[in-house]
Design a protein around this ligand. Structure first.
Ligand SMILES: Cc1cc2nc3c(=O)[nH]c(=O)nc-3n(C[C@H](O)[C@H](O)[C@H](O)COP(=O)(O)O)c2cc1C
Length: 177
């Protein structure tokens, strides 16, 4: 865990097992479920790898991506291999986005609407539901913006994030004692 938190960038790889990530990787992810609420790896440049005999690459990478979005990392792409091209060496262009992002320390990342959505769901839970999250979000200056501050957000995404947050705060009410 400590190494994952302290590194400059993450390369996360898995074989495809039953059209999904391996149990070993899933076990590791399960141990990070508090990171879904209070991420210590926000905007860390991340590259995904997967290899398969034949099927399941897309589904596997999407499953890993779901977790990465919850962690709030910078997604810089993915590399995959299958039974036909197992031995194909990784080319420089496949690493380009990842290396650029590491050099920029994760700054200037452009998040997708889905990433902004996920952030604002957690922002709402921190605001209204979980006091331990609220403390973390306030201490880390996360609570007052639509996404991590180092990211590049255009006006449409800013509007979307703020409107969503306002709406969710109305719908997801504080838990009464
Ligand atoms: C338990 C298990 C499940 C697998 N499931 C799939 C699968 O759903 N689709 C597929 O194309 N290959 C499947 N394979 C083949 C692996 O994806 C392939 O052998 C793997 O990429 C090689 O990595 P490894 O040697 O590190 O396990 C499976 C292999 C194992 C052992």
């Amino acid at each position: 865990m400590k190494k994952v938190i302290e590194c400059d960038g993450l390369i996360i790889g898995t074989p495809v097992y039953l059209n999904n990530m391996s149990g070993v990787l899933k076990n590791f992810f399960d141990r990070t479920c508090s990171w879904f609420h209070r991420t210590p790896v926000s905007q860390k440049p991340t590259l995904l790898l997967a290899n398969t005999q034949g099927s399941g690459i897309k589904k596997t990478l999407n499953s890993v991506k779901e977790v990465m979005i919850q962690w709030g990392v910078c997604l810089t792409g993915s590399i995959s291999r299958n039974g036909r091209n197992f031995n194909k060496p990784i080319k420089r262009h496949e690493l380009k986005n990842f290396i650029t992002s590491v050099n920029l320390n994760g700054y200037e990342y452009i998040p997708s609407f889905k990433e902004i959505y996920t952030y604002n769901v957690q922002r709402t839970l921190a605001t209204n539901v979980f006091p331990v999250d609220k403390k973390y979000w306030e201490e880390n200056n996360l609570i007052d913006s639509v996404y991590f501050k180092s990211a590049k957000i255009n006006l449409i995404k800013k509007f979307y994030g703020n409107a969503l947050y306002k709406f969710l705060c109305k719908v997801i009410k504080p838990i009464e004692n």
